[in-house]
Ligand binder design. Sequence first.
Ligand SMILES: Nc1ncnc2c1ncn2[C@@H]1O[C@H](COP(=O)(O)OP(=O)(O)O)[C@@H](O)[C@H]1O
Ligand SMILES: [Mg+2]
Length: 246
Amino acid sequence: MASWAIYHQKGGVGKTAASVNLAYLAASNGYKTLLWDTDSQAASSFYFEQQAHTKQQSKKLFLQDISLLDVAEETAFENLWLVAADKSASEADVLAYEIKNFKRKLGQTLKLAAKEFDLVIIDCAPGLSYLHDAIFDAADAIILPTIPTTLSIHALEQVQAHFAAKGLPAEKMKCFFSMVDHRKNLHHETMQQYYKQKLFCKSYIPYLSDIEKMGIQRQPVTAYAPNSYASQCYTDVWKELKKQFL
Ligand SMILES: Nc1ncnc2c1ncn2[C@@H]1O[C@H](COP(=O)(O)OP(=O)(O)O)[C@@H](O)[C@H]1O
Ligand SMILES: [Mg+2]
């Protein structure tokens, strides 16, 4: 079993789009997969048309009053399960700070899920908090969709510096370029500069309206348009990540 956190300090970089598509691809490739939505915006939950079925479910999960296995619900797709988020997920940062041994407990939460699932994908909220530190500690891989722009790279470099300062293993981190716009020179130049680093996958996700339409379809694009260019791109990223982390 492996756990992957789909994370970036910045919002709106394609974390949720990657989470739902990687989770779908893993499931359709035969891995029993759990997608854990930890963002109070509950966007992954929205895509699968699922809501938390327990009041304050996210808070209870972080308090360990309930386990992931208690609240994981089957989606419409074979092998794919979801733990939905609700507004109480916004309290997780504070809880992570206040609960004794939170990091160890989060590790146990994921280990328990490992009894049932081959892969747990955590759709993270943006930011860089104590909760994120616990996730960095507990997850096997931290995957960062990164837009090839100055601010996105700047935020990535801050995360790298944070990893170094906290002694977190840099080899857990892997990035791929996200929302790439081929018409923009800056995107090309940034990608050329960073591709030399092993940190980035060779595959990347372009800016595509098929991906934006997931909001209307309420499904991963890899599910409703499996032969599209968007699906091919997510599949390429999935294959690279699978090779390294599964
Ligand atoms: N590659 C892409 N091409 C076009 N639109 C995208 C792409 N990735 C994400 N989006 C859209 O951009 C918005 C933010 O994406 P999202 O995955 O929710 O980001 P995050 O989870 O990092 O906040 C959403 O409306 C989503 O549909
Ligand atoms: Mg999101």
